[in-house]
Design a protein around this ligand. Structure first.
Ligand code: NCD
Ligand code: ZN
Length: 347
């Protein structure tokens, strides 16, 4: 049985690093494993301009030790007021690597998102022309659509028409959760890819109700049926470069999760690569982890692959019950449970 696993240093193509005390609490977890990360812009207020993205990037770097080597790849939050000129500035900045499309109201801090995508057509054209990826939260917000169907319906109503209208647009369907999303990505051209989270590879929706309601595995898009989890595992472990790593690690203070109206988001950055290793090993595909975690993301974004490496060791260890998070605590995925892979300290 393999007891060490060395990989090209992976990158996280979808993470929430938050700001202020939250940022200080979590940035080190991401930087310890990943060379780079696509940092989501859903702060309050959202990161809508290049100037804001540059300032946020500085705050991220200041939250880390000077020699961390970690490179934050910034994103802009698309609104109906985002102008093509801002996209041009983003392209020229060398600091912004994608533009995030949140349907207004779809998820945490998405109120400023887009209600009517047709208002953004000129901006989308600029993205297409400049080769800057659109990163899509793929769920409809229509309250009459069942929560578990919102991704599939979004693909049918919005995504298929979008890629028809903008066939050269680089697009990442973020944190996919269904067989419908896998099918859509496979059928689309090479300009379309998807990120897959560790929690959607490891859990189905039963986890939400195991012995009672489980706020710490509640995220959006919500966990789905087992058949969908299996479709995601097949896609992620297939070796197809359209599917790559994006944790969607989304920390929230314990008091806001363990709440009558608990917010959406799972914290996985404390053990992300270990959790992916577990999912790939369970599928008998550990040899496919490196492509998914370290090669396909930079290839899609047109960036060089990392040149350093990380090593995982087969070793049981217990995940802490909580971590400090500003004045509150953060409950990580697998809190108090045992993991079977452990990231080795970098030399
Ligand atoms: C994310 C967050 O908390 O910022 N929550 C989540 O459940 N994934 C937002 C998002 O990516 O949808
Ligand atoms: Zn997210």
């Amino acid at each position: 049985m393999t007891s060490f696993l060395t990989l090209t240093r992976p990158d996280d193509w979808h993470v929430h690093l938050r700001d202020g005390e939250g940022l200080a609490a979590v940035a080190g977890d991401t930087a310890r494993q990943f060379g780079r990360a696509i940092v989501m812009p859903n702060l309050k207020p959202p990161v809508v301009s290049v100037a804001q993205a540059v300032a946020y990037r500085e705050r991220i770097l200041s939250a880390l030790p000077g020699d961390s080597g970690f490179v934050p790849l910034m994103t802009l939050y698309l609104t109906e007021a985002t102008l093509p000129a801002e996209i041009e500035r983003a392209r020229r900045s060398g600091c912004v690597y994608g533009v995030k499309y949140y349907p207004a109201g779809a998820t945490t801090h998405s109120e400023a998102g887009v209600r009517d995508l047709s208002r953004c057509h000129e901006t989308l054209r600029a993205l297409e022309d400049l080769g800057l990826p659109l990163l899509v939260h793929g769920e409809v917000t229509d309250p009459s659509v069942d929560v578990f169907d919102r991704e599939r319906v979004f693909i049918e109503r919005h995504l298929i028409p979008l890629v028809q209208r903008f066939p050269r647009l680089k697009l990442v369907l973020e944190h996919i959760t269904t067989a419908s999303a896998v099918k859509f990505v496979l059928a689309a051209g090479n300009t379309v890819a998807a990120t897959v989270t560790p929690h959607h590879l490891l859990y189905n929706r039963n986890a939400l109700f195991q012995g009672g309601i489980r706020p710490h595995v509640y995220c959006l898009p919500v966990l789905k049926r087992e058949e969908h989890r299996q479709a995601l595992v097949r896609a992620a472990t297939s070796g197809n470069p359209k599917f790559f790593l994006g944790t969607d690690s989304a920390p929230h203070a314990r008091s806001t999760k363990e709440n009558a109206c608990g917010c959406a988001g799972i914290y996985s950055a404390h053990a992300a690569i270990e959790l992916y290793a577990e999912a790939f090993e369970a599928a008998g595909a550990l040899d496919r982890l490196e492509g998914f975690a370290s090669h396909f993301g930079p290839d899609f974004y047109g960036l060089p692959r990392n040149t350093t490496s990380i090593t995982l060791k087969r070793e049981s260890w217990q995940v802490p019950e909580t971590f400090p998070f500003g004045g509150d605590r953060l409950v990580p995925l697998r809190a108090g449970e045992t993991l079977c892979w452990r990231l080795q300290e970098s030399a």
